[in-house]
Design a protein around this ligand. Structure first.
Ligand code: GLY
Ligand code: MN
Ligand code: MN
Length: 452
């Protein structure tokens, strides 16, 4: 039975631990906890989702574990260590709740320097921290662990006459890990390409199965079915299946309404594969044929998306991409009479933001809104330069609520978002979203073929 859920070679995880250790000062310790199971109600739990920092460094997919990285001191013979504390084997628990890897198999299969049961963590902690200069954690992520470490500092101080010495500082190592996660390795990109292809298959299936009279949740079921058929059991986030005006609610996940001919259907859904997210949005007509107003707005959003994607290359920025998109959308909405006034001032104010009410994109990886800084200056105003290996979404939209009486009736209730996943390469970009139809003619052809 596979319990790892990883598609990356174990050397990937070993290298990441080494890379993090290389950034820690000598004679320090970093402690990264696994996720915990979360109660849904009474004695049932949500399906487990591993802490992504812990997963990134271990590939180990069980709850109630801790990774301890020990950075060697300058003393002769001192070496870096990578230690896992995990749940012990337990035949009774395993009969009820599933297999556990256990410390001895974990040490071997995941290539740790040492593994202990998680029950030993409390007892081992003073020894691990004694005489170290500093202790690193992802601050703010696990208050109980931070308290336990500070308590251990006190215990060591109180034992100074027995020769014990407390570390001087508890320091944040979040940025080290997040910056590593921001640049994807080729093994990670292989998984992300697969997650995108599986998600594309699901979007195709959703388009083919959509009909007047179906419920949004029935289309959600088609997405989940297609994800799982191809090895991605979980969605990366709750799928948004929003017919008509429901798509004006950005994070609509009720998915409970009936679909109606004449409306658009916006689907924002991506598979999670081996922990990695795809994040794709497609908008298409329930009937299979765009109306003229829907088509006009759709092609405007698509143009703005394509132009932003074409501008992705090393050293460009999300700020620059925003400038491109905002200009196209503002000019387009002005030409259609949806924005009124003086074009230069509309452009100066980025007037499209009245209808394009969210950001253009975000980093993507183990988390759907992935980690890594967006700004590089202290005032957080200047967006950082793209580097090869970064993956982001590009997802412009136009949202016109049904009750917006400031625009002509024909535009009301139209909400469109188009979202692709883009890798920065050495020379430009690679669009990972290769098989989710997105031109009007590709969508209409697929839907017409599905109906014959
Ligand atoms: N699926 C959430 C987003 O597009 O950011
Ligand atoms: Mn997104
Ligand atoms: Mn999305």
């Amino acid at each position: 039975m596979s319990v790892t859920h990883t598609l990356s070679p174990i050397t990937e995880f070993v290298n990441r631990r080494q890379q993090l250790l290389a950034q820690l000062p000598s004679n320090s310790v970093a402690i990264i906890p696994a996720g915990k199971e979360v109660t849904r109600s009474n004695d049932t739990e949500y399906l487990f989702c591993q802490n992504k920092n812990f997963y990134y460094l271990t590939g180990f997919n069980e709850p109630d574990a801790l990774l301890v990285l020990v950075k060697a001191s300058s003393e002769q013979g001192s070496v870096d260590q990578s230690i896992l504390f995990c749940r012990d084997k337990d035949p009774l628990q395993e009969v009820w709740h599933g297999k556990r890897i256990g410390p001895s198999v974990a040490k071997q299969d995941y290539q740790f320097s040492a593994c202990f049961t998680v029950q030993k963590f409390e007892k081992e902690l003073p020894e691990l921290l004694n005489d170290k200069d500093s202790v690193y954690v992802c601050q703010g992520e696990n208050e109980a662990l931070e308290q336990q470490i500070l308590q251990c500092f006190k215990q060591l101080k109180a034992a100074s006459r027995q020769g014990k010495k407390s570390p001087k500082a508890l320091v944040d190592c979040t940025a080290f890990i997040h910056e590593m996660r921001l640049i994807k390795s080729s093994a990670e990109l292989t998984i992300m390409r697969q997650a995108n292809v599986i998600s594309g298959q699901a979007h195709q299936r959703a388009m083919a199965k959509t009909h007047d009279g179906k419920f949004e949740y029935q289309i959600e079921a088609e997405l989940l079915h297609e994800f799982a058929r191809h090895g991605a059991r979980f969605p990366a986030y709750n799928s948004i299946v929003a017919g008509g005006d429901n798509a004006n609610i950005l994070h609509y996940t009720e998915n409970s309404d009936v679909l109606t001919n004449g409306d658009l259907l916006l689907i924002d859904a991506g598979a999670e594969l081996a922990g990695y997210a795809a994040d794709i949005t497609r908008t298409f007509p329930v009937s299979g044929k765009f109306s003229e107003p829907q088509k006009t707005l759709y092609e405007l959003v698509l143009l703005s998306q394509n132009k932003a994607i074409e501008a992705v290359k090393p050293n460009n920025t999300l700020g620059e991409l925003n400038t491109i998109t905002n200009k196209i959308l503002t000019e387009g909405l002005y030409e259609l009479g949806i924005l009124q006034g003086d074009l230069p001032s509309l452009l100066a104010q980025n007037a499209c933001k009245q209808y394009f009410i969210h950001g253009l994109g975000h980093w993507l990886g183990l988390d759907v809104h992935d980690v890594g800084d967006y700004a590089i200056d202290e005032n957080r105003k200047q967006s950082r330069a793209f580097e090869p290996g970064m993956v982001m979404t590009i997802e412009p939209g136009i949202y016109i609520p049904l009750n917006d009486e400031s625009v002509d009736e024909k535009w009301r209730g139209i909400a469109i978002r188009i979202e692709d996943n883009i890798l920065v390469t050495e020379t430009g970009y690679e669009n990972l979203t290769v098989n989710s139809p997105k031109t009007v003619s590709d969508i209409e052809t697929l839907m017409a073929n599905a109906r014959t």
